[in-house]
Ligand binder design. Sequence first.
Ligand code: BTN
Length: 340
Amino acid sequence: MKAAGMKTDKSDILTLLRNSADYVSGQQLCDQFGVSRTAVWKVINQLKEEGYQIESVPRKGYRLVESPADILSKSEIASRLHTKWAGRKLYYVDSTGSTNTDAKRYAEEGEPHGTTVVADMQTAGKGRRGRKWESPSGINAYFTILLKPSFAPDKASMLTLVMALAVAEAIEEVTALPVGIKWPNDIVINKKKVVGMLTEMSTTPEMDEIQYVVVGVGINVNMGSAEEFPEEIRQTATSLKLESGRQINRAVLIEHILTRFEHNYERFEQTLDLSGLMDAYQRRLVNVGAQVRVLDPAGEYVGISRGINQTGELIVEREDGSVSNVYAGEVSVRGIYGYV
Ligand code: BTN
């Protein structure tokens, strides 16, 4: 029996209910988690207050009938996850500065590979190139996964592509929408951006080993009208709800992403390049055969994008016929006639 005052883990009880086709008796819950009947009853009541429909039948027990349409909480995500390491250690906060910053702190504190931080809102969400990432509450998904790989730092830029593919696949699974990837890691639907990613790495002082990498993902999920986007991105951004016409369950989406990411990461680890993932990535790449402007700090140039190579670089054929391999960490690519 747990000591008095110790919290019964809501996630464990919800997980058991979710994975049982039949009623789960109160006694079974008590025995499994070593808690009292009262403690179980309290958790069931909390879940009901959060909107879970739980049927209680005398002598049979409890049965989860329905979950709320879109609730973001630790229990909701954890009870759906079947991964080995991605998100197994899970932090959820209603509000934080930036989940990337939190994940970096957890890394320093010794949290394991795969630890994931999810927030309902961010007050200082970070975008790429020092930009802000607007992160209002109640509608979108913001999360960061912490990775502690043993490979060399020069391989880390590929992780963003590994995540981009996972996010694209997960969105397809959940919404059935056709999803594109704008190299290296923007996710686009109908030529508009729905997801942004920010990867940050810490290495040893000699820069020969990775201490940790954090991959942060921001998804416009249930924003219901273009007016909800900041003025400057209104023409180029969209949300899953705007594109699919229905509300999307954010916990389900995050669960699918973590599952796909774990799978893709393990595939990547086998070869330490993208050979096993290239076809799937390339199939979704929107800027193949398109004119692109490469914003290289050493000098901008224009060319035709020819897809990626095994290390995730974008192959760009220049106007003079020469071919450049563009490295994701260094430059950005813009379509000539618009965002994509
Ligand atoms: C971009 O500019 O496209 C990248 C946006 C990345 C946003 C996500 S939201 C979760 C994580 N925490 C942050 O502060 N940023 C990333």
